[in-house]
Every structure is written in C-alpha cells, then in structure tokens.
Design a binder for this molecule. Structure first.
Ligand code: MRU
Length: 356
C-alpha cells in the first residue's frame, strides 16, 4: 500500500487523499498548525491515521520554534495540543494520541530544575516525543494485524461482505480495520465478494476503498449508498463490517454517516453487523453514544460534487459527518484484544482491560 505519511523528523509528508485515486501527492507540514489544517481539510483522514498524523504534528511543535525556558515550552506544546485536538472532534484516536504525548512532555518538563531550558535538554525532550509518536504509529500497525486476524475468523469460505467509507490502510498506519479484516480473510481464501458503498458526500468508499480492494485484487463491486437495502434483499450478504471513530463504554459506535442506516438494514435482513476498531477508539469516559461529538461539516461538501454545483443556488443542506449506531444493533466489536460479543458495558470493559 502507498505510504500515508512520511516522518522526516523536522517535517511530515502527508498523502493528500482528496486527490486519490487520480493522483499520488504529498503535502509537507512543518508545524502543528499545518498538520491540523491537513486533518481539518480532509487531506488526511480515518480515525487511527489522524491520531498518528496528529502525534507527529505535535512532535513538530519543538522543531518549529525552540523555546528557551520550560514555561515557553509548556505554552508552545499546550497550544499545539489545542490546535491539533480542535481539528476534528469525533475520532477519539486524535485526542488520545495528543493527550498521551502532552502528558509525557509535561512530565518531562516537571522534572527540570530552574526556568532555563538548555539546548541539549530540549533535544532530549524532542527525541522523547518523536519516539512516542513512532510508538503510537507502530502500535496501530500491530493492532490492525491482530484485529484483522480475529475478524477473519468470523467469516466462512465464500463470504460476501458489505462495507462503508474507508476503514482500510488509507485510514490507518497498518492494513486497516474493517478492510483489514477483509484483506486478511481474502489471504485465507474466504472472500467471494465485497460490496463497497460509495459514501456520500466525500466518496471514501468509491475513491479509497475501491482503490485498496482493486490493488489487493479482492473481488469487489461499488454501490451507491441507496443501493444497500436492495442488494441486502436480493444478494446473500454474510456480514457488514465497518470501522469506528469513537465507541462509548456501552458499545454505542460513531462511524461515517450512513453506518447506522446499514446497521438497521442488517438487523432487518438478519445479517451480522460488525465493527472493527483498535482499543484506543473506545472512550471509556463516555457512558453511551449520546456524548459523542458529531462533526458537522460545511454544506458545500453536499451541494458541490467534484467542483461542480449539483444543488440549485440557495438550496440548504446538512452535513453531519458521522452517526451513532446503538450497541444493540452491533453483533460484535472486533479489537486487537479479542472480540466483544455480545456488545454490552461489561464485555467492553473486559476486553479493554485485557492484556493484549
Ligand atoms: O471522515 P473520515 O474519512 O475521516 O471518516 C472515516 C471513517 O468514518 C472510518 O470508518 C473510521 O475513521 C474508521 S478508519 C479505520
């Protein structure tokens, strides 16, 4: 799979996914603000990937400006953390990565004696942050592998699977979550067919998931979102597998807009509905999905398609970027620590607290 990011120690190359599949082009971010803009503007996307990108964006803060005192360093890092966390609200992986690095940096600074920060101390802090950002990246690669294997065990030979949005390599540091499960199952010879929903308005399913499935030589067919019910009724679908941006402690799951619709359809047609997501996607602070912040994006992203206005001037549109699927509609949540089934508060806690 093509590289989604390239860490260069004093800057970060970010694959501009808005240009895929036509063009492979990397933006270069030199500071947290440029990194946050790439996330906000959807150049890079997908919950685990924006967590990794934000981690490297945070690491850039001390390269872009060299503070002379511990107090200045704290201010620069706190401002970087805020800028990055404000870029997109729904995926908790982003806040998880930034908070983890910020706690580490503040812990380091609190051990420093005196207000002045020697250049070698600053370099040591910078190396510490870089290494932790790399660790977050590597952990996602590893989590993807393990959850993909667990998920593949839920599928039988000849499986036809439906997915939405892009929860593949382009959304993570590794092989992906929902698409990771599919690709692992394909390696085992289990996949007959994958239906990818195009995912209006950003078309992640058409542009990105189809790109990945074709590159992986996985038999696949593109559907528009409004074809899902008809295909579930007329073709044998063995499973729906989607990713997640944030899972509350009771299992309610936020994912790309349209996921809830698929879960309702799957229940009606008696098709198992799976969520595949790494543990940092689970927000144990939230009692249920009601507390998940849903990003509302601009209406132009709905009214304008590929640079061309498709709705009449003056038409109003909504663009909630995510929806929340209630735990009761989810057959199982596939994580790197194992499969949560049935999906309830007790089982979520058990798997989260389990040693991987
Ligand atoms: O708006 P996006 O493209 O960032 O939304 C991505 C999704 O909803 C994915 O399904 C989710 O982040 C899981 S990615 C492994």
């Amino acid at each position: 799979m093509i590289e989604r990011l390239r860490w260069k120690t004093d800057s970060l190359d970010i694959l501009d996914q808005r240009l895929l599949p036509q063009k492979i082009y990397y933006l270069n971010a030199k500071n947290p603000a440029q990194t946050a803009k790439a996330i906000k503007d959807m150049a890079t996307r997908g919950a685990p990937l924006i967590g990794c990108v934000a981690a490297y964006g945070y690491a850039l803060a001390l390269k872009a400006s060299r503070p002379k005192t511990a107090e200045q360093a704290k201010q620069i890092l706190s401002s970087a953390a805020k800028t990055l966390k404000d870029s997109r609200p729904t995926a908790v992986a982003l806040a998880y990565a930034v908070d983890r690095l910020h706690a580490l940096a503040l812990g380091f600074l609190s051990t420093q004696k005196g207000p002045a920060l020697k250049p070698e101390t600053l370099d040591a802090l910078s190396r510490l942050i870089d290494a932790e950002a790399g660790k977050i990246h590597d952990e996602d690669v590893d989590a993807n592998e393990r959850l993909s294997e667990y998920g593949s065990r839920l599928l039988k030979r000849g499986a036809t699977v439906m997915t939405i949005c892009n929860a593949g390599a382009l959304a993570t540091a590794g092989r992906g979550t929902a698409v990771g499960v599919i690709s692992r199952a394909h390696e085992k010879g289990l996949i007959r067919q994958v239906y990818s929903l195009e995912t209006r308005p950003y078309l992640q399913g058409a542009r990105l998931t189809m790109f990945e499935l074709l590159r992986g030589k996985i038999p696949s067919t593109l559907l528009t979102d409004n074809m899902a019910a008809h295909i579930m009724k007329t073709c044998k679908i063995d499973a729906v597998i989607a990713g997640a941006d944030r899972i509350a402690s009771n299992g309610d799951t936020a994912n790309k807009i349209g996921t809830y619709m698929l879960a309702v359809l799957a229940r009606y047609h008696k098709v198992p509905f799976y969520i595949a997501a790494p543990i940092p996607t689970i927000d144990m602070k939230l009692p249920d999905g009601g507390g998940i912040p849903i990003e509302e994006r601009g209406q132009d992203e709905v009214c304008v398609l590929a640079g061309r206005r498709i709705a009449p001037c003056g038409a109003r549109a909504r663009h909630p970027a995510f929806d929340v699927t209630p735990a009761g509609l989810i057959t199982a949540i596939i994580t790197e620590n194992g499969v949560i089934k049935p999906v309830n508060r007790r089982n979520v806690r058990r798997v989260v607290e389990k040693e991987a």
